[in-house]
Design a protein around this ligand. Structure first.
Ligand SMILES: [Zn+2]
Length: 387
């Protein structure tokens, strides 16, 4: 059944060929037609919209492409609110807190993990997110990593093998054996359930050589590389990511000029995760520096129980504008088209004919309200493939 979404006060298409000629391709007084396959069939002035089987009148509201959240850790059990409270009372954040989630996740039955995962995906959808990436990384055994990815695959095609999240306690005295497991038997069990391979390349996690070895092993099994890098301190993450052709290096908080230049000269996306800096009371990455150098920037939630327990892309947009020197237009682009670039997806992140009709209706007169009205639930309705 085809659908016309009409009386759109402001329509953000992310198609620079239409509308005001900006990267957001903004149309006013617009309509959008969805075909019976859930793809965008037409966008243009409401008065010229072709007929469709059904009609959704949004009464002058704003329509934006659905958010593409390209970085999330949603398969876990347990709660780390006490750790958050301790951190807010002055304790420092390190990669070690992950161990408590690993213990809770290993102990949880599938149904508990599945219910938590579905709850979070529902929360994301209600907040306007229509594509989400989901990592393993709280199992850290062959069976628990494979289980995490099977569960993630129930909610998204963007599944990421993150056996290299941290070295688990039982391998603390033999990290080489753990790296061998991650690139050997664990990879064998996980590769059939994953699209991506990821490594946490940072202080307290994995070094440059370990990161290269694990990413190359994943790539040999047909997985696409991405990584966590330069979050906690300056390190080799960005350079390793660009070297292996990673789709994205995520965090990018501590960069030197060579890192910025390497990102700008490559098609590796810099994915910024301001929820992590917010929740760990850390210095934000400098998005302006990356944008001015010509790098492609994405925004994502990093939704996880330790360092960023938010599912709200709107919060990330607001933080990016307020704290990272992005304009509202740049932040919205990065949260939609930027996320699609980080996931190498051409069918999402924009509203143009042939793309998927994934959109969020904002109860606001313009997309600027996403940053102008922080913390306010402006998403009135979310459509995925037109439904
Ligand atoms: Zn992460």
């Amino acid at each position: 059944m085809s659908l016309v979404v009409t009386s759109i006060g402001q329509l953000v298409t992310n198609d620079p060929a239409v509308g005001d000629g900006s990267p957001l391709g903004v149309l006013t007084g617009a309509a959008l037609v969805v075909d019976d396959a859930g793809l965008v069939a037409w966008v243009g002035p409401a008065a010229q919209a072709p007929d469709a089987d059904a009609r959704l009148d949004v009464d002058g509201r704003t329509v934006v492409p659905g958010f593409v959240d390209s970085h999330a850790h949603l398969v876990f059990a347990g709660d780390r609110s006490e750790e958050f409270a301790a951190r807010m009372a002055g304790q420092a954040y390190g990669a070690g807190g992950i161990a408590s989630t690993v213990a809770a996740t290993r102990a949880a039955p599938d149904d508990v993990l599945r219910a938590n995962l579905r709850r979070l995906v529902g929360e994301m959808r209600a907040g306007g997110t229509t594509t989400v990436e989901c990592k393993s990384g709280y199992g850290l055994t062959v069976d628990d990593e494979a289980r995490s990815l099977r569960l993630a695959g129930e909610v998204t095609a963007e599944t990421t093998y993150l056996g290299a999240h941290v070295v688990p306690a039982e391998y603390r005295d033999d990290r080489d054996a753990y790296v061998d497991l991650v690139r050997g038997a664990m990879l064998d069990a996980c590769a059939p359930h994953a699209r991506w391979v990821d490594v946490f390349c940072d202080r307290g996690a994995f070094d440059a050589d370990e990161t290269r070895a694990i990413l190359h092993a994943g790539m040999e099994r047909g997985l696409l590389p991405r990584l966590h890098g330069n979050q906690l301190q300056h390190g080799p993450g960005v350079q390793v990511g660009v070297e292996v052709g990673a789709s994205s290096v995520d965090h990018c908080t501590h960069l030197d000029d060579a890192d910025v230049a390497a990102l700008a000269a490559s098609d590796t996306v810099a994915t910024l995760l301001p929820g992590a800096e917010f929740s760990t009371r850390s210095t934000y990455p400098d998005a302006r520096r990356l944008l001015d150098a010509g790098a492609t920037v994405a925004l994502a939630t990093d939704c996880n129980p330790g360092s960023s327990y938010t599912s709200s892309m709107a919060l990330c947009v607001a933080l990016a504008v307020r704290e990272m020197r992005m304009t509202p237009a740049e932040a919205l682009w990065s949260a939609t088209a930027g996320g699609a670039a980080a996931l190498r997806r051409h069918d999402v992140g924009a509203l143009r004919p042939g793309g998927r009709a994934d959109l969020a209706v904002l109860d606001a007169p313009s997309y600027v309200h996403l940053a102008y009205r922080p913390g306010v639930p402006l998403v009135q309705r979310t459509l995925t493939a037109g439904a």
